[in-house]
Design a protein. Sequence first.
Length: 880
Amino acid sequence: MVRISDIRINYEKEPMGVESIEQIGWVIISKEKGVFQQSYHVQISEDERYENLIYDSGVVESGESAHVEPEGVKLRAAKLCHIRVCIRTTDGEESGWTESHFLTAIPDKREWKAEFVSIETEADKEKSSGFYLRKEVALSGEVASAYAYTTALGLYHFYINGRKVGEDEFTPGWTSYNKRLLYQAYDVTEYLTEKRTALGAIVGAGWYKGVIGMARERWHYGDTAAFAMQLFITYRDGRQEVVLTDDSWTGAESPVEFSEFYDGEIYHAGKEIPHWNEPGCTNGEWKSVHSISFEPSVLTAQSGARVRQIDRLPVKRIFQTPQGDTVLDFGQNLTGWVEFKVKGKPGDVVELNCFEILDAQGNVYLDNLRGAKQTVTYICGAEKNVSFHPLFSFQGFQYVRVARYPGEICPEDFQACTVHSALDCTGVFECSNQDLNQLQHNILWGMKGNFLDVPTDCPQRDERLGWTGDVQIFCRTACYLMDTYTFYRKWLADLAADQTKEGGVPHVVPDILSGQRVPNEMTKKGVDSAAAWADAAVIVPWTLYLVYGDKYVLKTQYDSMKAWIDFMVNHSENYRWSYMRQFGDWLALDAEEGSYLGATPNELTCMAYFAYSTSLFAKIAKILGREEDAEKYGQLFCEIRKEYQKTFFDEMGHLNVQTQTAQILTLYFELSPEEYKERVVEDLLKLLKKRNGHLATGFVGTPYFCHVLGQNGCTREAYELLMKEDFPSWLYEVKCGATTIWEHWDGLKPDGTMWSPAINSFNHYAYGAVGDWLYRGIAGINSDDEEPGYKHIVLEPQIGDLDYVRAEYRSQYGVIGSYWIRQGDRIELKIKIPCNTRATIRLRGAGMLLENDGLTVLETSWGMELTADSGEYRILYALK
Ligand code: BGC
């Protein structure tokens, strides 16, 4: 029996807030083997009975099940639409309809009439406190449907009749606000049960107005926080009403006395206005609001990737430090907040200091937080049991010092809650080596900790910025672990919006460095366009294309990508380019003592990435049918490569830069003359041997290290590198008890000392980029450039020193599985291929095939190649 599940609109299931439908996709499920779609039929309607269709594809003869682009669909504001899909397989089996739904946004911006309202005045500019807003409306009948559209200049929580609307946190998210401001959509029908309905919001400073950036400046986007809301109500009798934020709203001071990302929150419960967001409230002093002018054309409905509270962790242990502090240990470094219970007398105080690591003596260590106070202070109001967590601030921590707390501290009264973009988990990796499993865990938790609306470098110190290099490095790994499409697309739109006129790409996106009022050491040297960082403009869309097969993102980012390549062209002479501040092979261990820059010279990093991004861009132009660009940039790539070879190769075929990273980039970016490739590999092995099999690479070389070894016949060395347990290595961190990935290989040194507190995060996902090799190398789950998005799966497990591996990736076609068990030279490989896809299975080093489960086999010089249509198979073979 064949059936459809997971209908997606613009890569989202049941999206709330759709402005236009770009793509529709679905998963086909069947127990049969070799199931392919022959045709599909999609209908979209504004009513549940599909009587008023706004789209009917008819039966379309097509195998496309992931990127169906419906033409001519006109969406009206605030409609709950219904969508159904059915398919027929090539064997003639019909799936029957499967239904889903979505809520439209406000596609025509002229219909956005809500004003941004605030009570803040000139005197509040320096404050990062919160304020209440409220309005009561009288409903004039029974409500059939109600949809709310909300946003803020700052951060907001929205309530109807005392209940928070939705579960989202840190709305409206962080974008380049003056160019793109997101609004959220909610179905609030079931909230409108009272005849008199109270609408309320609490608004905070957030990224918009509060302090952000190492220079600790505020007002990056504006100095007055404000809120806007538009509520569409339809009554049972068909009448419609729109309620808006306008000057009829009132506002009051709130109990949030202070709240910012770095320093935490001060909440004075005594200042709460009882029932402030409920109907009939007469408490408190309410004043009239004023409106803030804001250009509605920059409003865009948020698609997916909403930030939510996700996990809850209990206290693992409570202890006293040698210095006498009471500390809670949650056993996991994480990003979010502590939720605690307390019952104090009015004025009693709870003060929690959140931090990542203990010092060598086991005392509270705050130095690596730099200026970030990470302190949550709660001042008790009336004497009653309350439960609290900050409203507008998050912390990066494993430990919490309970600096003040009324009464006895009971561990059960504290929980650590993770807060991050709620993306579906897509990857599973488990193997016979427990340390590797812990590494996979640490990579995942590094991602959880740094995917809070924007991809950040770290969640704890006074930074937490969207460093483009970190994003680019980790992107492929992230795509294995979670469904990142909507998350990255949002960020890429900001990258494009924040590019310089010349096409330069900011070091951080959203870019808050270029507008810094008082330049500091960091910004004086340049705020955009560093090799490997700025290349995120090309590498991230390309990765999304490989993983999702999505041409839409290539189209929307096309001008941005091209502008970045042209920027390099315009700043180059003879294909060597440089520009202001470069980060080189950031934090590599072959750096000079005390330096952050690795030994690989900038000239090489710049030219290597220039070549790589250009080669990708030429491919992209070809994919989109832009032949002229494909030709032009293809040619440009050849010329850069020629110059690279001339500059960096000697006549013996060795690179004149003998660093691990130089060899790695040359091989991974295919920059070596074919005849010298082996020599580069040999040199890499020599450089590895010189360090006794350890890496010395930084942000630039590390991600590709294992790939390059595996791709060049050195799988054994790749495993050895991965499995090293002493410093420096991934498992060294694991052996030290790490629960996330560290920023520095030597964040915590073998002698117990730490790297300088100026830049030493213990939750930095960058080196977690090796996760890509766990999935793509060890498990061998790979997509094919020619048929991307795992339409054609290439399964090429690299067998090494493990007894078993169990890996899965939930692609947009369904689950791909690669499970292998090794007994001496015998390998049992089980695979899972989703419907409507096919796979090529490459068994490198296979000598004899013992069972092939009916699959076609081709013997090759390097092993065996099998081809499989969808289904589950078991293959048994012996290594040579
Ligand atoms: C960040 C990095 C970033 C780097 C660039 C650091 O402060 O934490 O991850 O890429 O700066 O210099």
